[in-house]
Design a protein around this ligand. Structure first.
Ligand code: ADP
Ligand code: MG
Length: 397
């Protein structure tokens, strides 16, 4: 789960982390009123969307010369002008895709005199099974290029979970950022606080780019991206208020309400499968047969009729879907029960695209009979290869 920059900064500030003052706004008047509470004379007006690369982004509705999604404003009037241009318009960045994202929220923040820009991130490193801190002197807007071209400029520090974050880890970060004296001390304190925040907030990723050294010798977080580990949702009731559903894919949002693991993809064959591994294999075999899956969908172990119906509805709400492949292994759930669920769901949603069903497992013969006698044009398949060939042939007709 991702949150906005302004929300992440409010959370980090509680851990004693240096953040420039700022105010979130959803209207031009709020942006102006917010700017008036800041010291000035330099303000920064920042689009709040769940995507990075805003500084270099372009607004669809504005000309190519117009400023991007992070704007320096030299007066309150400029803040007003920028807010008017940004709110309600669509920002396209390297991370939004061509469709871009509509900007409905701004963050007006204090302009900072930057001496140096650094990069710092904390993430769960699967290779070491530990939290890793990644730092680089090459902060700013081109970190992806640094990772590609000059990876030696990126230092990774893995944190021992038993010892926790030590001063020695903090020194390593300061050394990698080429900081000395008071700034190195500030870096040790800051990195320790960031690690504490990462653990307590149950982050999956916390990226700070840039972390800056200011002209007056402070280390400040100028931009941050924070995402939470959804597995820890049960102990964070406060996350509900941080969620911005307008930033999420509507179909994925609907699926999460029915406890379905659904990810929208680019192809035209809708998939309904039980078990993530089987769902991956199903997508692979569709591709092997020359077509592309429209989604990943795992209905889970106990696929009830209600779940199957919701899954059908979600798959069919995607206009790209031209056929559906159901691939279910009846282990805990018996195949006849699943078949009844599929038939009932197909009738309820007025299925109007070809449907190929591959069932395997307990009571498979009974299940296939139910499909065959349903009066619906359901094509039954014997195995996964057969199923993939049949659905690909159906959508190509
Ligand atoms: P993004 O990464 O989405 O492009 P950032 O918040 O990192 O957005 O902003 C892009 C650049 O704008 C930063 O690298 C920094 O140079 C500048 N910037 C951002 N916030 C401020 C600020 N408060 N004061 C001065 N410059 C800023
Ligand atoms: Mg940034």
């Amino acid at each position: 789960m991702n949150i906005h920059e302004y929300q992440a900064k409010e959370l980090l500030a509680k851990f004693g982390i240096g953040i420039p003052a700022g105010v979130a706004a959803t209207t031009v008047d709020q942006a102006v009123a917010g700017a008036e509470t800041l010291p000035g004379p330099l303000y920064v007006v920042k689009a709040q969307i769940h995507a990075g690369g805003r500084g270099k982004g372009k607004f669809k509705e504005l000309g190519a010369d117009a400023k991007g999604g992070v704007r320096l404003a030299k007066s309150i009037d400029d803040v007003r002008g920028d807010a008017e241009e940004m709110l309600g318009n669509t920002l396209v960045t390297a991370q939004t895709g061509d469709a871009g994202k509509e900007v409905n929220r701004l963050y007006v923040t204090d302009g900072v005199d930057i001496k140096e820009e650094y990069y710092l991130a904390l993430l769960v490193d699967r290779a070491s099974g530990r939290v890793a801190m990644v730092v680089s002197t090459e902060g700013g807007m081109d970190i992806e290029a640094v990772a590609h071209g000059t990876p030696e400029k990126i230092t990774t520090i893995t944190i021992d979970p038993l010892a926790g974050f030590t001063d020695s880890d903090g020194r390593k970060a300061a050394d990698a950022l080429e900081l000395s004296g008071d700034l190195a001390d500030a870096c040790v304190a800051l990195t320790g606080n960031l690690y504490e925040a990462f653990l307590k907030l149950d982050c999956a990723m916390l990226e700070i780019n840039p972390l800056v050294e200011t002209d007056d010798g402070q280390l400040l977080v100028l931009d941050t991206k924070m995402s939470f580990d959804s597995n820890a949702e049960f102990r964070h009731p406060e996350w509900a208020a941080l969620r911005d559903e307008s930033e999420e894919d509507p179909m994925e949002l609907e699926a999460s309400k029915h406890d379905l693991a659904y990810i929208k993809l680019d192809g035209n064959i809708g998939c309904m499968v039980n078990g993530a591994g089987l769902a991956m294999a199903t997508m692979d075999i569709i591709k092997l047969n020359g077509a592309f899956p429209a989604n990943f969908l795992d209905v889970g172990g106990g696929a009830t009729k209600e779940k199957v119906t919701s899954a059908f509805k979600i798959i069919l709400s995607d206009p790209a879907v031209e056929g559906i492949l159901v691939n279910i292994f009846g282990g805990i759930m018996k195949c006849d029960i699943i078949a009844e669920g599929i038939v009932a769901a197909a009738k309820e949603v007025d299925l109007d695209v070809p449907l190929v069903v591959r069932l395997e497992g307990t009571n498979v013969a009974k299940g296939k009979d139910i499909l065959a006698n349903s009066g619906l044009p359901i094509v039954s398949a014997d195995d996964l290869g057969d199923a993939a060939r049949k659905i690909v042939a159906q959508v190509r007709k």
